[in-house]
Design a protein around this ligand. Structure first.
Ligand SMILES: NCc1[nH]cc(CCC(=O)O)c1CC(=O)O
Length: 325
């Protein structure tokens, strides 16, 4: 079976994990085929070359042309809309969904100097950093995780924020100085999870791939992406969304956050101030049966929009435009 993967170290590592898991479960041999995507070659700001999906479309085209049998993506990078002729055949067990800080000498966010420069291309991370420490500056950066880590090592930046799961996949959790709890920095919808896609008409393969599906992860990311899709339709502010199963039940808990760009000038500790005009953060939580994951996401979005999420900002909204991994 030919597995289509992006060529970054992170992508090849996660594709290798999926290949091993599949071989374990099905006894079938998997060959990894590297595919170069527009997101990997373009020097333009990702937002200028079409935003979401730049990492994903080349793999999907290669799938539809029959050059590969299935593809593995970071689930966080998938656009929320369905793709014609393509099925999400499996969502394997999720890795750590949290964001992590990498700074020299193990410095945590609180230890960084006043006015520290922290690299991230994600408005979601930039705004939440500002809420945690209003004096730091988020510096937009591009390039894959290794390139970003080098900017900290070389002193060009005081720190970077990256997904812990991505750092684990490239073998660099040793560089992590702080892991942000989801309450302090709500992860991007789908962060830490993988998507395994095949052609919709390839039902035999879809059945094989389903052996590595993890229903609890699928339910959680379904709720997160439903929240994101409904918010994307109503506003274009940075969005965090994170769902977990409620222990011992078939219930799902979902937290959402929408941030204003002016969160950078907002004071920490003044977050949940109600639906007052001009506030920079809308946070909501909800719970439902896991079977109702889609509805849980859009109902939470509706409440957030009613609380003013749509007014928070216009512009760039997603992690999917960030990092070449
Ligand atoms: N948009 C890039 C991207 N897509 C997935 C990951 C990390 C791994 C993951 O979330 O599964 C990253 C890099 C990052 O956010 O640090």
């Amino acid at each position: 079976m030919r597995l289509g993967s992006r060529r970054s170290p992170m992508a090849l590592s996660q594709s290798g994990d999926v290949a091993r898991l599949l071989t374990e479960r099905t006894g079938r041999r998997v060959e990894i085929v590297g595919v170069t995507t527009l997101g990997d070659v373009s020097r333009e700001q990702l937002t200028q070359i079409g935003g979401t999906g730049v990492f994903v479309s080349a793999l999907r085209e290669s799938l539809l042309r029959g050059e590969v049998d299935f593809a593995v993506h970071s689930l966080k990078d998938l656009p929320t809309g369905a793709a014609e002729g393509i099925t999400l055949a499996a969502v394997p067990p999720r890795d750590d969904p949290r964001d992590a800080l990498v700074a020299r000498e193990g410095a945590k966010l609180a230890d960084l100097p006043a006015g520290a420069r922290i690299g991230t291309g994600s408005p979601r991370r930039a705004a939440q950093l500002a809420l945690l420490r209003s004096d730091v500056t988020a510096v937009p950066i591009r390039g894959n995780a290794n390139t970003r880590l080098a900017k900290v090592r070389d002193g060009e930046l005081d720190a970077v924020v990256l997904a812990y799961a991505g750092l684990a996949r490239i073998g660099h959790t040793d560089l992590v100085s702080e892991i942000f709890e989801p309450e302090d920095m709500v992860p991007a919808p789908g962060q830490g999870a993988l998507a395994v896609e095949c052609r919709t008409d390839d039902t035999e393969l879809a059945e094989l791939l389903a052996t590595i599906d993890h229903p609890a992860t699928r339910a959680a990311v379904t709720a997160e992406r439903s929240l994101l899709a409904a918010l994307e339709a109503g506003c274009s502010a940075p969005v965090g969304g994170y769902a977990t199963g409620v222990a011992g039940t078939e219930r799902l808990h979902l937290s959402g956050v929408v941030l204003g760009v002016r969160a950078t000038s907002f004071q920490p500790g003044v977050l949940d101030v109600g639906p007052a005009a001009g506030r920079m953060v809308v946070r909501e939580r909800g719970e439902a049966d896991a079977a109702d994951a889609i509805r849980l996401g859009y109902e939470l979005a509706a409440r957030m929009l009613a609380l003013g999420a749509a007014d928070l900002m216009r512009g760039e909204n997603s992690d999917r435009n960030d990092a070449h991994d």
